[in-house]
Design a protein around this ligand. Structure first.
Ligand code: M6R
Length: 638
């Protein structure tokens, strides 16, 4: 390697343009990282990878490329189209094809999206893209300023790159090790050193990162879809791993600097699964994929008509020792957990608590060795959920993860995992993630109830048949509600909406309401129907739409009472009832249907028309459905 400079000279702090009045602000990121080294044009591979990762963040993006003996950085505020335009300008001005580079798409919660805050952050000698938070960046910045470094952005990442620069004397691994030893926080980093133009470096701590293996080329990425067009073979990096990645070799070192091998996995997702496949939006595609995703989740675990979770660790002895279940998750996954509470308590007769992961860790929970902690997560990388998992594990809980992404942090931290097989979910608003989580929870509940002797054979057989019927019921829910598009046209101009239901319908109402608000930006609230009159009914006014979920047939009469209450205050009602239950026509202004079947499993089919309703309302309102404002797919910061 040609290191042409005297590194002592390189240590002179280089003056970079100071940003006048620049505010020191932490930049929290949930972003996509991609890296490429090989014979292809790195610009094309990186842009392609970032396109697949844009769901992780989309307020700015950038590339750093090893070209002409230096590092060329091109970045831009805004969507990838803005970066693409800048790259085209640079190519027209003579930028050659690079063969080694790193890229980033960003979602900021602090520090405005701007060109200067975008990644990569660089010095003349090193360039990095970063996902995570440097908690002690303030103290580090002060030390670096004392050495003469100046700062142009508001980000913690700029502090990190200058810290690495200050430790760099021609040996990248030493510089990274020394710098990161002084850092508190979480990071996935991809790094280019100017003096090593054919090598990618990467480090991972508490933020996901994979290495992809090609023929004469290699990749780095935050997530599998970014590399799927080029290779299916990959390894998930472990905590503290450091990688040296060249076109013909990948060397991984563990946190103690020992050369290690990480298991090579093969992604069974096909490329089409990560593309729109003729649908106008990923969300609509993923809604339509639900029957197949549920089949993939349930059928491998029902053998000869009997559920078998295929988790040897969760044996009879372990199950018998469980005195309580704790379900922990965020957002939609927490809504799945709420349904899980009704189902597990009803079938297994074990007390179940549901916690928002972000709350659990601050409330001294009653969790011990007799607790089964069920952690629910699509991505397996949600920071709050990971923290809650760690907290409960430290208190002795046995952890079962219901998770979609194989090899994710949650899958690896848990004692055992029940994978949902939803395939890649790209739309920020989760749909198939939710219904496969429900299916896994139903499967667990039926399996555990039988093992614990809480249900008789007849009921067991009934429930197993219902599990197997779920994919067909979901398909029926799609087919039954073709008029939902028309209903969305009728109601899309509402300023606010309410969702009400009882029991499992209430849990489903929470999810229906979240879907609507996150993609259409219409304010919406979900209420337990009986609770509305204790205050919130004051918000019901003339013409306000109330979506009334009436799929718990035993509670239909009670729901009629609640529908009457809101109608008496001028509300219009969109009723959601089991197919064939014509009583709803007498009560509601408009009607959606969910196929009937086992009421305990009603949430899965009944959410489908609500997902479609949210989708078409957002479409009527011209919203960016797959990438709603202010959101990111994977929330990897607290
Ligand atoms: O990846 P996870 O399932 O852990 O994500 C949890 C939530 O962030 C997620 O469900 C979020 O609420 C979705 N955007 C909802 O559609």
């Amino acid at each position: 390697m040609n290191i042409e400079k005297n590194r002592a000279a390189l240590r002179r702090p280089r003056k970079l343009a100071a940003r006048p009045g620049g505010r020191l602000e932490r930049c929290l990121l949930m972003c996509g990282i991609v890296g490429y080294v090989g014979a292809r044009c790195a610009q094309n591979v990186l842009l392609d990878g970032l396109t697949k990762l844009e769901y992780r963040g989309y307020d700015s993006a950038g590339l750093a490329l090893s070209v002409g003996g230096g590092i060329r950085v091109i970045k831009s505020k805004g969507r990838l189209t803005a970066l693409r335009a800048r790259l085209e300008e640079a190519t027209a001005a003579g930028l050659p094809a690079a063969h080694c580079g790193i890229g980033h798409t960003r979602w900021a919660t602090h520090g405005e999206p701007s060109d200067v805050n975008s990644h990569p952050h660089s010095t003349p000698y090193v360039s990095i893209v970063h996902n995570g938070i440097i908690e002690n960046y303030g103290a580090l910045k002060a030390v670096l300023e004392a050495k003469g470094y100046t700062f142009v952005s508001e980000t913690d990442t700029e502090v990190l790159v200058k810290l690495i620069d200050s430790c760099y004397y021609g040996e990248p691994l030493r510089a990274l090790t020394q710098a990161l030893a002084r850092v508190r926080g979480s990071y996935a980093l991809a790094v280019l050193f100017r003096d090593w133009p054919d090598t990618l470096f990467a480090v991972r701590r508490e933020s996901p990162l994979i290495v992809g293996y090609g023929e004469g080329e290699n990749f780095l990425a935050s997530d599998i879809p970014a590399i799927l067009r080029y290779t299916r073979r990959y390894s998930v990096l472990e905590e503290g791993d450091m990688v040296v990645c060249k076109a013909g070799s990948v060397q991984i070192y563990d946190e103690f600097g020992r050369a290690v091998q990480r298991e090579k996995l093969t992604a069974d997702w096909d490329i089409e699964a990560a593309e729109k496949g003729g649908y106008p939006h990923f969300m609509l595609k993923e809604i339509n994929e639900q029957p197949a995703a549920i089949t993939a989740t349930v059928s491998p675990r029902v053998e000869d008509g009997l559920p078998d979770l295929r988790i040897p660790e969760l044996n009879d002895q372990r199950l018998a020792s469980i005195k309580r279940v704790h379900l922990v998750a965020c957002g939609t996954a927490m809504h799945a957990g709420m349904v899980g509470k009704y189902v597990i308590e009803s079938l297994c007769r074990v007390p179940v608590e549901v916690d928002l992961a972000s709350e659990l860790r601050y409330r001294d929970p009653i969790v011990g060795e007799d607790t089964l902690l069920i952690v629910v997560s699509q991505s397996g990388e949600t920071a709050d959920t990971i923290a809650a998992l760690r907290e409960c594990k430290a208190r002795g809980a046995y952890v079962l993860a219901i998770v979609n992404v194989v090899g994710s942090t949650i899958a690896r931290l848990a004692d055992c995992a029940l994978y949902t097989h939803a395939g890649p979910e790209i739309a920020v608003a989760t749909t198939k993630g939710y219904t496969t989580q429900l299916s896994a929870l139903y499967l667990f509940a039926v399996w555990a109830a039988e093992k614990l002797g809480r249900i008789d054979e007849m009921r067991y057989n009934e429930l197993v048949a219902e599990l197997s019927a779920l994919p067909a019921r979901i398909q029926r829910a799609i087919d039954l509600n073709l008029h939902v598009k028309y209903l969305a046209g009728r109601w899309h101009a509402q300023r606010a909406m309410f969702f009400i239901g009882r029991n499992i319908d209430y849990a489903a109402a929470l999810e229906g309401s979240l879907k609507l608000k996150e993609i259409s930006y219409i304010h919406s609230e979900a209420y337990a129907a009986g609770e509305l009159k204790h205050g919130t009914i004051a918000l019901i006014d003339e013409g306000r739409l109330v979506v009334a979920l009436c799929c718990q047939t035993a509670l239909f009469e009670k729901m009629v009472g609640n529908i009457q209450e809101v109608k008496a205050r001028g509300a219009k009602v969109l009723g959601l009832a089991p197919e064939g239950d014509r009583r709803i026509f007498a009560e509601a202004d408009d009607v959606l249907f969910a196929p009937g079947g086992e009421p305990l499993f009603a949430a899965a089919p009944e959410i489908v028309p609500l997902q479609l309703f949210a989708y078409y309302v957002a479409r009527e309102n011209g919203c960016d459905i797959d990438k709603p404002r202010n959101l990111a797919k994977s929330v990897t910061v607290e």
